[in-house]
Design a protein around this ligand. Sequence first.
Ligand code: 13P
Ligand code: SF4
Length: 319
Amino acid sequence: MTITEMKSRLVEEIFEWKQKRNAILLAHNYQIPEIQDIADVLGDSLALARAAADTSADVIVFCGVHFMAETAAILNQEKTVLLPDLEAGCSLADSITADQLREWKAEHPEAVVVAYVNTTAEVKALSDYCCTSSNAVDIVRSIPKDKEILFLPDMFLGNFVKRETGRENMHIWMGECHVHAGIQPHQVEGVLTEHPEAELLVHPECGCSTSSMYLMSEGVLPKDKTHILSTGHMLKHSKQSEADEFIVATEVGIIHQMQKQNPEKRFVAANPDAVCPFMKMITLEKVLDALKENKHVITVPADTAAKAKLAIERMISIG
Ligand code: 13P
Ligand code: SF4
């Protein structure tokens, strides 16, 4: 059997098992192309959380990372949520523990806690609001101006939100995602020099997002050609824009979908090494095993889930 024949056999089996188990396949925009191509819903963190909240399927196969599957499990206590590889974690979610957040809250007892969705269920349970890169600005704007805010765990997203909202009373946790932090201003500048006509799309978690905002405000980067967006908004923008070339500053997996939706446009990675090893752990073989062998079931203790659910539901309803 050729590799292509083996892959299409695997895909057929996945479809058969999906039907047998009344399962839905949710996939993040950073998944490998083979997974993106068979997903029932492909999207950014917010779109996937919304899809998980709305589904009538009995089984959710989460092709993403652990915190995303946990979020789906919190929203669907009565459904089975499967993560095809338990090792698919997230360096950003690991950058703050529940104990560290407890200590931080004790130092700021009156503060409202806004946690990026890239956090563990335990951290979410200690938070007032969750947010994603799609709606972080809207969520912070919805909190009364006189309230102190603890924003965690991503410092680049935090700085972006602080700048967009002009909020002074916002403390930011110094966490980062090693993949996005690795997308550096000098790499973006280099690619921009080679593609001066291209639009620049930057994910707010990137190491280059702060400098991009600064260069935009200084007029070095043109405002109409520089956009700081979540992965879902990047896809939407690349479809709607009249530009035919884009520099993409985020995890490179998204370029498959951009190219697929816009075959006539050109997409260039700001840093071709920006590859999330956790996102790439999910393969067709593991998805099939997950469906056949019911693995790995993601559950969250009921008391943690009940507290985290309030913060997640606030996230889903805003933006
Ligand atoms: P979004 O898909 O919400 O933009 O987040 C990117 C990310 O890092 C997911 O892990
Ligand atoms: Fe986590 Fe970064 Fe990977 Fe997203 S890209 S899952 S934030 S390690």
